[in-house]
Structures are given as C-alpha cells and as structure tokens.
Design a protein around this ligand. Structure first.
Ligand code: ADP
Length: 259
C-alpha cells in the first residue's frame, strides 16, 4: 500500500496480539473510554496488514439492514444493494463496528454466524448465505464506562471475541503522542499531560467521561498554532468535560496554575 502508515504508538502488546488474532481470524473487541486510540490502532493495523478498513460508527438507529443491505427502487425495478458488512465479507476487508453496544440488538444477531467457526453471513432478505472471504475479519469496540443497563454487551456476545482494554497511556508515552500529533513544544506536551492526569484523578467531580488523549492532542494543536495556552486548555480540555459552572471554574483555576 502506498499511503503512509497512520501514526500509532503502541502502549502494550496490542500490535502482537492483533497480528495473531488476524492470522487466526478471531474477532477482536477493543474495550475502553473514548479517545484512547482504539480507532487509530485499527487504522494502523489495517495498514500494516494491507487490508481495507471499513468503519461503522454505531448509534441507536444502526440496524442490521444498514450493515447487510437493502432493496432500493430504481425506475421500475427493485435492486439489491449490499451494505458495508456484506461488501467487507465478500471482499475480505477488516470491518470495525465502533461502539457496537450502541447499535440495535438485531446487529448482534446478524454477526453471530460470522463470529464462530461458520464465518458466514446470512442475508435473510435474499435467503442467501455467503461464506466470508479468507481475509475478512470482524473488529468491534465498546466503552464499558457509560454502557449501562441494556446497552451492556451480553456475555454470550462478548465471548465471541478476544478482547483488550485500552486506556490513557502512561505519562511519557502520552507526551510523545502529543508531540508527534501536533509538533507542540515538548515542555508544553508534558504540562498538558500533567493537567490531564490531574483531572483524571479528581474522581470526586463525578465527570461521566474524563480527559481523553484526543482532547489533549486538540489542546496541543491549538497551542502549536499560536492560541494562548490557557485558552487552548479551556476550550479543548475543560469545556468539553462539563457544563457545571462550579466545576468549570475549579478546573479552570487548576489548569491555569499548571500552564
Ligand atoms: P477512540 O477510537 O478510542 O475514541 P481515537 O483512536 O480516535 O480514539 O484516538 C483519538 C486521538 O488520540 C487520535 O486521533 C490520536 O491523535 C490520539 N491517540 C490516542 N492514542 C494514541 C496512540 N497510542 N498513538 C497515536 N495516537 C493516539
């Protein structure tokens, strides 16, 4: 492939594990909060393995029809159009179902036969079963933090995947990522990561999601492009986290002290 490899800094054994999962075509589940590099990791692995990556961002309206395909009316005819999952199964791509627990339950049913020894997709509207291309692989992500109640992934579904947890990288790695992604000054990258870690440790604030690497990268980009540092942190790290005026004030004061 001629496109440059996406930048990904490994944080553990994920590259090695994914390589073996791909060799064996075992479905792979990435668990972890938003902005911890899950999508970037899959882009990187698809590039390394020279496979096309098809990403579906799942939401509560995503149904198996969206993935498998539908009939559309074309003039006087009804024509079948393959959905992205069907195309990936036929062509041997890697499909990435981002936030799979968000999607409608019929998606889980439709991937069952793809995630076991059968490796086949049943298209009920056509009454057809397709065998997956040998290169096809299914990858999914989910965020255990905010998936509650019925949005939890059922154990019977989870057990169809091997799984790895993604989290915020340790300080030195996260600093390196910020530098690489934004070209920000190393001292500023370090300070941003320290602010991020400080806020992550403030569990008493009860934030539903805390500072992701993505937010820190955004702050680093703004600083690098010349926006004042404190303002950069305010708009990219603090404001996205909360609307509570007291918490905003407290986090603002904290970060102003640090940068
Ligand atoms: P997720 O899919 O977990 O929500 P992303 O893969 O979109 O997160 O990561 C968000 C951003 O964080 C990326 O665009 C990238 O800038 C940065 N990032 C996070 N972790 C890494 C990593 N290990 N290597 C390179 N970039 C990373």
């Amino acid at each position: 492939m001629n496109t440059p490899a996406p930048y990904y800094h490994a944080v553990g054994k994920e590259v090695e594990v994914f390589g073996h999962a791909y060799q064996n075509k075992i479905p792979f589940l990435l668990k972890g909060p938003t902005g911890t590099g899950k999508s970037r990791f899959i882009e990187y692995m698809a590039h390394q393995l020279d496979r096309t990556l098809v990403t579906i961002s799942c939401h509560e309206e995503t149904s198996s029809t969206d993935l498998i395909g539908r009939f559309i009316i074309k003039g006087a005819e009804t024509v079948w159009i393959d959905g992205p999952l069907t195309r990936a199964v036929k062509e041997g791509s890697i499909i990435y179902l981002d936030e799979i627990a968000e999607a409608r339950p019929d998606i889980i049913v439709s991937i069952h036969s793809l995630t076991d020894h059968r490796r086949e997709l049943f298209i009920d509207k056509l009454g057809e079963t397709i065998k997956a291309h040998p290169d096809f692989m299914l990858v999914a992500s989910f965020n255990p933090g905010y998936q509650r109640g019925f949005k939890e992934l059922k154990p019977s579904t989870r057990q169809r995947f091997i799984a790895m947890s993604f989290n915020y990288p340790e300080e030195s790695i996260e600093t390196t990522i910020l530098e690489a992604e934004s070209n920000v000054d190393p001292a500023d990258a370090k300070k941003l990561v320290q602010i991020g870690n400080k806020i992550r440790n403030l569990t008493e604030l009860g934030l539903s999601e805390t500072v992701s690497t993505r937010l820190l990268v955004d702050a680093a980009k703004l600083i690098h492009s010349g926006l004042p540092k404190r303002l950069s942190v305010k708009v990219s790290v603090i404001e996205p986290l909360t609307d509570d005026p007291d918490v905003l004030q407290a986090l603002g004061d904290l970060s102003d002290l640090m940068i």
